[in-house]
Design a protein around this ligand. Structure first.
Ligand code: DAS
Length: 326
């Protein structure tokens, strides 16, 4: 009988970072290789079979579509192997929510796929990496983790890709879920789900494309003018995401310029710059041709619009349906 295993794909980040001294404030991400991480994990007495592969050794601010493409292919191969129980991706925390959401939309939900990172470097006092990793193994080992889309495990919490966002730059409780909080609680020796799977048996929602159309995010600020819209369009953007005020608003001239862009076939999504913000449809969206981002923040709204465009979906009604889906 072949051994069942968990695939561990390492990309770097603080979970693999070192400072060289506990007294140093700065550190270099992506210094510890996957073999070293797995041998430290072996010392914890975890019984799972872990098979690692080093994909990149970067801070996640340097993640690229090419790395995403290789990682996505590796996930597909692992999912297709009957002996693979699940996948853990070690990742920097800065763009973890974007990788999680992109893969959430483009991979089937059959087996657990978990992103995990750390807020403290591996050699920092009170480093959280090993505990977060042990927690991720606990989640990947549980068949009940399937049917929930891609998950992110940090600070004993399990978040769904659609909800999770990095909300703090310091401290281990750096992630929050919105509009849902954590969907489960995990420790190296316990696991509790707060509800049943919500995407059981679901295939990939969109085909993955390494090269996706350019979509720009316009960050609203007091005194913003329509020049920002013109600049983005001149730069060849195929879609626009407004990181607007409050409920996704912007100064009147900006809204007018966005409506003109939408009428000319450049889809416009209204999201908000407010961290925990819901942007629902309003009557003007029908007349101005806008799409409401709902609970997706600007970075994830951008990825969803890219996926829609890459998959040939430009009709605002169909696009809105994708933003409405949980
Ligand atoms: N170095 C940053 C990154 O890789 C931060 C981190 O991992 O926490 O995203």
């Amino acid at each position: 009988m072949e051994v069942k295993y968990i695939r561990v794909l390492a990309t770097g980040g603080t979970i693999a970072g070192t400072a060289g001294s506990a007294m140093r404030r700065d550190y270099v991400p992506g210094q510890i290789g996957i073999e070293q991480l797995l041998s430290e994990v072996a010392g914890l007495g975890i019984s799972a079979e872990l098979v690692g592969e080093q994909f990149a050794s970067i801070g996640s601010e340097d993640i690229t579509p090419a790395i995403w493409a290789r990682l996505h292919h590796a996930c597909k191969c692992a999912l297709a192997d009957d002996n693979c129980l699940g996948i853990i991706i070690t990742h920097g925390t800065d763009t973890a929510e974007e990788t999680a959401f992109l893969f959430d939309q483009t991979l089937p939900t059959s087996k657990p796929i978990i992103l995990v990172g750390a807020m403290r470097a591996a050699d920092a006092v009170g480093s959280d990496g090993l505990r977060n990793f042990a927690n991720a193994v606990q989640v990947a080992n549980d068949p009940a983790s399937g049917g929930r889309g891609v998950l992110l495990v940090m600070s004993d919490n399990i978040f769904a890709a659609r909800d999770v966002r990095k909300a703090r730059t310091e401290g281990m409780e750096a992630f929050r879920g919105f509009p849902r909080g954590p969907v489960g609680h995990v420790t190296p020796n316990s696991l509790e789900w707060f509800g049943p799977p919500w995407r059981e048996g679901e295939g990939a929602r969109f085909a993955f494309h390494e090269t996706m159309p350019k979509v720009s995010i316009l960050f609203a600020y007091a005194g913003m003018s329509a020049d920002d819209v013109a600049l983005a369009l001149a730069g060849g953007t195929a879609g626009l995401v407004l990181a607007g005020f409050g409920h996704g608003t912007a100064p009147q001239p900006v809204r007018a310029a966005l409506a003109t862009a939408a009428a000319q076939g450049v889809p416009v999504v209204r999201s908000t710059r407010v961290d925990e913000g819901l942007v629902d449809r309003e009557p003007d969206d029908d007349t101005m041709g806008f799409i409401a981002a709902r609970a997706l923040g600007p970075p994830k709204a951008r990825i969803l619009l890219q996926l829609l465009l890459a998959n040939g979906i430009t009709d605002p009604v169909r696009a809105q349906e994708a933003f409405d889906r949980r």
